[in-house]
Design a protein around this ligand. Structure first.
Ligand SMILES: NC(=O)C1=CN([C@@H]2O[C@H](COP(=O)(O)OP(=O)(O)OC[C@H]3O[C@@H](n4cnc5c(N)ncnc54)[C@H](O)[C@@H]3O)[C@@H](O)[C@H]2O)C=CC1
Ligand SMILES: C[N+](C)(C)CC(=O)CC(=O)[O-]
Length: 474
């Protein structure tokens, strides 16, 4: 049965949560006091649709249903997860979380997006909430800090993994949890640097994005500093840089007062730096960059990329009656080119992924490859029959034209949203021994599965376009 999330407060963070649940197949009910909430959430979801599926090489579950409600009661009815994302004011959180604790079904997790309040503070008027602190954009970044009663945080962690997130359950409650303590330190120090005229907002951003910002995404702080200690590792690093902690390298104990002058200085510099782009344009730029970085991390199984790889492995592969479905995914924005449609190179990328999937289906999977055997492609022929656009669903079915001994001859058919064939990719592969790098017979198990496909497909008509060569007259 479809699960339901109730989103209470649909601003920057609530909108992100709504998109995260919705695009993972959950029904989402929103309650927000702002009459503009529906429009704002619609825009956040539109950004999520063009970026989240681009992290995956498989289709996410079909989208759930989005509804908007005028009262809390109908919003939380039958909910499995209720997420509060209203402004960071303790009195308001008490009022709303108290109401939610009375109205929500007993089975529902009640999470608060609070950036800094502890569960003991949130619940001091009788609510039963846990902290489920996400990061912006919630639909792309996996981390959620979970704080509170383990009876609720453990099942919450399982649900978050199911929607592709990374729950970090805190050992103990503390103001601002873990990540915001770190972020606040950098934020406070940066405010001083601007106030003291040492740097502009742009120079501080350059200092972050040209160096340690990229480093942190893949190895965090401690692993990075371990390497910085050279062969002697962390101990040498601490010996070398430990004394600097006592030098005046930080002004962290002190916060600059937010005078009008300081606010105008920072806001003015920020406008000069980025005011030529709207917030939605900046969000799309940020999302495209995050997708590229997370996809790169996925290749090496690092950080957030590993979370996506694990989630993707658990997503179901669809099936079709006659031919195996070897790929089903959404066309990401990053696959389109200056002509406004999917670029030719990505047809081969999609077909190559379909070949990989077919290899898995006959048992030539990661373990098989690790044992020293695989297939090498020796020839490809792609026909581009129709345009494919960003956001369209791409489904690939694969027919075995020959599966005999060392030879594997596949015909991939790429289908678009309309169900028609938008491209075909004919590919020929040879089975190889990865140690000798020369062709060899597959194992009996692989051969048996391949033969079963080949015999079944032998009864099908030859697909239109099979065996064509470049320049051939139709
Ligand atoms: N903006 C950020 O970067 C992050 C914020 N958070 C936390 O998420 C929570 C929400 O923050 P934002 O989304 O940034 O704020 P926001 O101001 O963008 O959104 C708050 C939303 O709550 C609605 N609202 C206000 N009172 C309400 C009520 N009584 N019932 C229902 N809706 C109500 C507002 O209309 C608004 O749409 C805060 O606790 C914040 O600390 C957590 C992670 C990051
Ligand atoms: C600024 N902030 C404290 C609201 C930030 C967060 O809570 C997390 C984030 O997304 O940076």
């Amino acid at each position: 049965m479809t699960q339901k999330a109730a989103i209470i407060g649909g601003g920057v963070i609530g909108g992100g949560w709504a998109a995260r649940f919705l695009l993972n197949g959950w029904d989402v009910a929103v309650f927000d006091t702002d009459p503009e909430a529906q429009r704002k959430i619609g825009e956040v979801i539109a950004n999520a649709r063009r970026s989240l599926p681009a992290l995956y090489d498989k289709a996410l579950p079909g989208e759930g249903t989005l509804s908007f409600h005028d009262d809390l009661t109908s919003a939380v009815a039958n909910a499995d997860w209720v997420q509060e994302s209203i402004p960071e004011r303790l009195g308001l959180k008490h009022k709303v979380l108290g109401g939610l604790s009375e109205l929500a079904p007993g089975k529902a997790i009640i999470g608060s997006s609070t950036s800094g309040f502890k569960p003991s503070e949130l619940n001091e008027k009788g609510a039963r909430a846990i902290v489920a602190h996400p990061f912006n954009p919630v639909y792309l970044l996996p981390l959620v800090e979970l704080v509170g009663d383990p009876v609720a945080t453990q099942p919450a962690a399982d649900i978050l993994r199911d929607i592709g997130m990374f729950p970090l359950v805190l050992r103990k409650e503390i103001d601002a949890h873990i990540a915001d303590r770190l972020l606040e330190a950098v934020w406070r120090e940066s405010l001083w640097l601007v106030k003291d005229g040492v740097a502009t907002t742009e120079e501080i951003d350059e200092a972050i994005r040209m160096a340690f910002g990229i480093r942190w995404a893949q190895m965090g702080l401690f692993e990075t500093y371990r390497i910085a200690g050279g062969e002697a590792g962390m101990k040498h690093f601490m010996a070398q840089f430990g004394p600097a902690l006592k030098w005046p390298w930080t002004k962290l104990m002190d916060v600059p007062e937010f005078t009008d002058e300081l606010v105008d200085l920072i806001a003015g510099q920020s406008d000069a730096q980025s005011g030529h782009l709207s917030i939605r344009e900046l969000e799309r730029l940020r999302d495209d960059n995050l997708v590229g970085m997370i996809r790169a991390l996925k290749k090496t199984g690092s950080g957030a990329g590993d979370v996506i790889a694990t989630h993707e492995a658990a997503l179901e592969h669809p099936s079709a009656p006659d031919l195996p479905v070897t790929a089903k995914r959404q066309i990401p924005q990053s696959w389109t080119d200056y002509n406004g449609h999917m670029n030719e190179a990505h047809y081969l990328e999609a077909a190559a992924a379909a070949t990989d999937r077919f290899m898995e289906m006959i048992g030539a999977d990661a373990d098989y490859i690790a044992s020293g055997k695989s297939y090498f492609t020796t020839e490809n022929h792609i026909r581009y029959l129709d345009e494919m656009l960003a956001g369209e669903q791409l489904t690939i079915t694969t027919q075995v034209l020959k599966g005999e001994g060392k030879k594997l001859h596949l015909f991939h058919m790429l289908h678009g949203d309309k169900g028609t064939i938008t491209a075909t990719a004919e590919t020929f592969l040879l089975h190889v021994d990865l140690n000798t790098r020369s062709s060899c017979m597959p194992t009996d198990e692989v051969l048996e599965k391949l033969t079963a496909f080949a015999e079944k497909h032998a009864g099908l008509p030859m697909p239109e376009g099979a065996g064509r060569y470049v320049g051939q007259r139709s």
